[in-house]
Ligand binder design. Structure first.
Ligand SMILES: Cc1cc2nc3c(=O)[nH]c(=O)nc-3n(C[C@H](O)[C@H](O)[C@H](O)COP(=O)(O)OP(=O)(O)OC[C@H]3O[C@@H](n4cnc5c(N)ncnc54)[C@H](O)[C@@H]3O)c2cc1C
Length: 411
């Protein structure tokens, strides 16, 4: 075999089975790949590794509106599944920022989150059953195709988020929900980032459940203004974007807006889709605006929602101490912050390490949704503890005794 990584573009389950059986026999490592949008090096492949690309297994096999499920191949692009569901008045809820390019297989493997996670949870919450090819090539059907089912251990929950280290996902039965007929959207500007973070926590006890609750700090707003010529930073030094959905959307938004107005400098609401899209534009522009300034490290910590304000203040203190150029936006409803650190100014590596330590100190995690891959592996033992990590490595050996599936990643 040459030192370059050979690529198998599988089109069928049988091809995946044959690839893994052969790799097991020869002891060749296999890295499974969806769309390659992962942010932690999970799909990186070194020399002598087989890249198993599933992007051509991209059919929605069926949608059953009565059962509220879809059966899909792993290479289906997430937005394509949601569009197919929309044709039946249904919705596939998980919507990562990469929704127009990433695949369901990759989403399952990373247990991806998204903007609607505040109300609808992460990918694991939408999974009913998985078809998985194990390292030796055998095909396993895990989970239940029914909405309820408790027989056996929860293998679906275990495989979701395992980053291609336990098996290759070749099919999924996912839960679909009624597509909300109404949405209502608000944007609130605050004098400080800490006040915005505190206001997002106040929503948690206000009897509302926004589908979207996003936070952008002042540096991010200034970057967006620089890219788009907008005037967000003139209106405040932090922004919260809130969207409610469903039959009571407007009434629910009124309650949320009243809570935000207690500490916000300005609250703007929109109920028609065009005006709401304008309010969403700032959130969509956040990462491109920061990336326009040069290469970045995209971090992904989470803390309990009640500690979001402490986390925001802590990240700012770390930026000041290390001289790093750090921007923060967050899925505030989930306590999930994305500190974006520009490579170059100050000590970016130390800033990242201190941000991970801050997350753990606040009772959080070093990765809320992007995964561990290669880059977060050094933090595994510190977060999990030696006992839990050892058990997880033993589970990995049970699934993959020859250690061919994405070795050196995630676990
Ligand atoms: C602009 C941008 C925005 C993003 N926003 C979000 C966000 O909001 N939320 C979020 O969670 N992530 C986000 N991400 C990260 C990324 O899109 C997700 O991790 C996504 O789930 C990866 O899907 P993919 O198809 O690209 O997988 P890949 O990058 O190809 O693979 C990711 C991991 O999954 C494994 N894998 C892929 N397919 C399979 C399979 N069928 N079976 C077993 N293992 C498999 C790979 O080996 C690798 O470890 C974002 C990325 C970008 C670039």
């Amino acid at each position: 075999m040459s030192s370059a990584a050979p690529v198998v573009w599988a089109r069928t389950v049988a091809e995946v089975q044959r690839t893994l059986a052969a790799a097991s026999r020869s002891g060749t490592p296999v890295v499974t790949r969806g769309a390659g949008t992962g942010l932690v090096g999970g799909a990186d492949a070194g020399p002598g590794t087989i890249v198993l690309d599933l992007s051509r297994m991209n059919r929605v096999l069926g949608i059953d509106p009565v059962d509220g499920v879809a059966r899909v191949e792993p290479g289906v692009v997430t937005a394509a599944l949601d569009r197919a569901a929309a044709a039946h008045g249904l919705m596939y809820a998980p919507d990562p920022g990469s929704v127009t390019t990433c695949t369901i297989g990759g989403n399952v493997a990373t247990n991806a989150g998204g903007l609607r996670g505040a109300k609808y949870g992460v990918t694991r919450d939408s999974l009913l059953a998985l078809d998985v090819v194990l390292a030796d090539g055998t095909l396993l059907h895990a989970g239940h195709d029914t909405v309820k089912g408790v027989v056996g251990l929860d293998l679906v929950g275990l495989i979701a988020g395992s980053e291609g280290t336990l098996g290759v996902v070749v099919g999924a039965t996912v839960r679909l929900l009624p597509r909300p007929l109404r949405t209502a959207t608000a944007v609130a500007y605050f004098a400080t980032a800490v006040e915005a973070a505190a206001a997002s926590a106040a929503l948690a006890t206000a009897g509302v459940r926004p589908a979207v609750l996003e936070f952008l700090d002042g540096k991010t707003l200034r970057a967006i203004d620089g890219l788009r010529g907008t005037g967000h930073a003139d209106r405040g030094d932090a922004l919260l974007l809130v969207q409610t959905d469903g039959f009571g959307a407007e009434e629910e938004l009124e309650v949320a807006a009243a809570v935000l107005a207690r500490s916000a400098q300005e609250v703007t609401t929109a109920t028609d889709p065009a005006a709401a899209a304008e309010l969403f534009a700032a959130r969509r522009d956040a990462l491109p605006a920061i990336e326009a300034k040069g290469p970045v490290l995209i971090e992904d910590i989470a803390v309990p929602r009640s500690r979001l304000a402490e986390a925001v203040a802590g990240v700012a203190a770390i930026a000041a101490a290390t001289g790093a150029d750090v921007y923060v936006f967050a899925h505030a409803g989930d306590g999930n912050l994305h500190p974006i650190i520009r490579s170059g100014p100050g000590d970016a590596t130390r800033a990242a390490e201190e941000i991970f330590a801050l997350a753990l100190k606040l009772g959080g995690t070093v990765s809320a949704e992007h995964g561990v891959g290669l880059v977060k592996r050094p933090w595994l033992e510190r977060e999990l503890g030696p006992g839990a990590l050892d058990l997880q490595r033993r589970i990995k050996r049970l699934f993959d005794p020859a250690g061919i599936l994405n070795p050196g990643k995630a676990i």
